[in-house]
Design a protein around this ligand. Structure first.
Ligand code: 6R9
Length: 659
């Protein structure tokens, strides 16, 4: 993770090459400055111009930004459009129907190509099928699918009908799935019989059955199942239906349903600082605009590029930078079913070579694991592959440490490709602070400078600007089109989480701390709330604590993060059992049990790496758990901080020594 030391000592700077600048969509400091100046001069005019240029409106908007009910901002709100028509029909109608939209590579290395014309036809057939089942605008669907063309078809078909989708990552448990089905009020689930990853077939539909078994899912009328592996399972006639049967006999054309600009395109759940995940609600027009525009700006997308984002559609990155942005921009993109280490650690490099990928977007955690893998198996080192097709490489999800950055730059980018280290969030809808590859001199570990129109700043706890070089809270001072619109069903929580009164109520509070160096570059330090970042996945400490406490043996639990070389942060849980503190052998058994329990409650990504048992937790006299002390203990360091408010200082010793 970037820390203050790296900010102060990182002096390497990598400017873009002249050749790159000469051909870039946003070119040179002048190109960037012109856009920033335009946004400063006429904020609404800037966004209105971009929205007119990048969206095909069924009914043009006349109002750009409505701030009357801030922070519930509305953008382009008397305009109307259809998102799927803007991702598919626009290309087919403009003579680009034969262009490949998706190169799909399966786990076992088979490749299929889908043109824009094919994709449109499939989306239409599926949308018609959903219509025939009675689904319509305003309904909500849950999509619980593996990486596949079908997942993109499902999302786009929902968008075509104005059905608000909520994608649940295939690695999440039945319990997490059930909570989301209930919270979002879904009437439809789209899933697959199984997923294929790392040479294994992992059933998926049984988790849906299990979710139903937990109750509260009675509103679901259909479970549509994509047949991926032909694994037999429970089948409820009348409710369950194969995806191919839904499409069968349907027409290749389906009139897109025109919706308001503010119509919720999707709701995506993410972790916050309390136990319950937040349903981040996104708009149609504002989201689409930014997903499209940032693909052009940040990735410098050109008609001949082959673009590959390795994220899963279960995360925001897979929404903005697989399912919507690249399609709106008319890109040819790779969609990959498998994992980076199967059949060997050269999989990514092999795929870049094979498909002549020119834009590659992945996460620091993947890079770090591949650095390690390349050391262990030199035959799969990226330098053994022809990666000369690459021209832009990107990073997302967590701070990238300068060493991993340098490795990526040298070994994957051939010291030729700019790295776009993109800072953004589920809530922001798209990139916010990132280098532009034809503009920004790069510093390893810094996400550099805000995109034009994004008024990012660092403030203190009262909302006052801090001087350069001093850390503080990262905020966005003005709204932007792709911003979160609400937390589904919980407007109060939306206001409290993102527009706290303490900061004046008008700044968007990102929840990250950051520092700005004397060149104005941003350095993200990590979360300031109780949110952990494990392998680029957001997890609330409260979420993991609630899962632990729901175990019959557990009386109390506190969860903190600890820096980890591979996963960025690792989860450390401090647990007090209802019975006496166990001896080492028993502790190992119970810890194993608790890990499996958390995997069942949330998903395997939430499993604590380290579980320690104590007679109690360090608490203040008023009973508050002192997490800052637990963070020190978790790192294996001596507590040197002030512990005078601590009720039971001896406990620190016990937890420090405990297994
Ligand atoms: C897109 C995404 C958001 C949190 C965010 C921050 C961290 C993401 C980063 C980064 C440093 C980057 N984060 N990108 N930190 N540099 N380039 O990851 O969304 O899952 O909502 O996570 O991830 O802490 O607040 P999400």
């Amino acid at each position: 993770m970037a820390n203050l030391d790296s900010v102060l000592t990182e002096t390497r700077v990598f400017p873009p090459s002249k050749d790159f600048v000469a051909q870039a969509n946003v070119s040179g400091p002048e190109g960037y400055q012109a856009l920033c100046d335009e946004a400063e001069r006429d904020f609404e005019g800037f966004w209105a111009r971009l929205a007119r240029e990048h969206i095909q409106w069924a009914k043009p908007f006349t109002r750009t930004l409505d701030e009357s009910n801030a922070p519930f901002y509305k953008w382009f709100d008397d305009g109307e459009l259809n998102v799927s028509a803007n991702c598919l029909d626009v290309h087919v109608d403009n003579g680009r129907g034969d262009k490949v939209a998706i190169i799909f590579e399966s786990d076992d290395g088979k490749t299929t190509q889908v043109t824009y014309r094919d994709l449109l036809a499939r989306v239409c057939r599926f949308a018609n099928g959903l219509k025939a089942l009675g689904y319509k605008t305003g309904d909500r669907s849950i999509i619980y699918m593996p990486m596949s063309v079908e997942a993109v078809v499902a999302m786009q078909a929902c968008a075509r009908l104005g059905i608000t989708h909520s994608v649940v990552f295939g690695g999440f448990s039945a319990k997490s799935l059930q909570e989301r089905i209930v919270d979002v009020g879904a009437t439809l689930v789209i899933t697959a019989d199984a997923q294929q990853r790392g040479g294994k077939t992992i059933p998926l539909k049984p988790a849906v059955e299990e979710a139903f078994g937990l109750g509260g899912c009675e509103a679901i009328r259909n479970v549509v199942v994509y047949k991926r592996a032909d694994v037999a399972g429970n089948w409820e006639e009348g409710r369950d239906v194969w995806m191919h049967d839904v499409e069968a006999g349907q027409s290749d054309t389906c009139e897109p349903v025109i919706v308001n600009a503010e119509h919720p395109l999707f709701i995506l759940y993410t972790s916050g600082s309390t136990g319950k995940p937040k349903g981040v609600q996104h708009s149609s027009a504002g989201f689409l605009l930014w997903a499209h525009l940032t693909v052009k700006w940040t990735f410098d997308l050109k008609p001949d590029d082959v673009y590959w984002c390795t994220a899963d559609v279960g995360w925001i990155t897979g929404h903005s930078y697989i399912a919507y942005g690249p399609l709106a921009a008319g890109a040819t993109q790779v969609v990959f079913e498998g994992v980076p280490t199967f059949p060997n650690a050269g999989r990514f490099w092999d795929m870049i070579q094979k498909h002549k990928v020119s834009i590659f977007y992945t996460a620091p955690t993947a890079i770090r694991s591949l650095v390690k893998a390349a050391e262990g198996s030199p035959e799969h080192h990226p330098q053994k592959y022809d990666l000369s097709s690459l021209r832009v490489i990107g990073s997302v999800g967590e701070p990238i440490n300068p060493e991993a950055w340098m490795w990526y730059y040298k070994n994957v980018g051939g010291e030729r490709c700019p790295i776009v280290d993109t800072w953004w969030q589920t809530e922001t809808g798209g990139h916010m602070i990132t280098p532009l590859p034809g503009v920004t001199p790069l510093k390893p570990g810094s996400c550099t400078t805000p995109l034009p129109g994004i008024m990012a700043a660092i403030v203190d706890e009262t909302g006052g600007d801090v001087e350069l070089g001093k850390g503080g809270f990262l905020v966005i001072k003005r709204p932007w089109p792709a911003m979160i619109r609400n937390i589904w069903g919980d407007p109060e929580r939306f206001k409290k989480s993102y527009y706290p009164e303490e900061l004046g109520g008008t700044y968007y509070l990102a929840g990250d701390s950051a520092n700005r160096d004397t060149d104005g570059y941003f350095w993200i330090m990590g979360r300031v709330d109780d949110v952990l970042n494990v392998s680029g996945h957001r997890l609330g400490t409260m979420e993991v604590e609630s899962a632990l406490v729901s175990h019959p043996l557990v009386a109390e639990a506190a969860v903190v993060g600890r820096p980890d070389d591979l996963t960025g942060e690792a989860i450390v849980a401090f647990v007090v059992l209802k019975k006496a503190r166990p001896d080492d052998a028993e502790a190992a058994e119970i810890a194993k049990d608790l890990r499996a329990w958390v995997a069942r409650e949330i998903g395997p990504i939430a499993k604590p790496k380290d579980i320690r048992f104590g007679d109690n937790l360090p608490k203040t006299r008023s009973g508050k758990i002192m997490r800052r002390l637990l963070r020190v203990v978790a790192k294996g360091e001596e507590v040197t901080q002030d512990v005078s408010t601590l009720e039971n200082p001896a406990i620190l010793d016990q937890l420090g020594k405990a297994l």
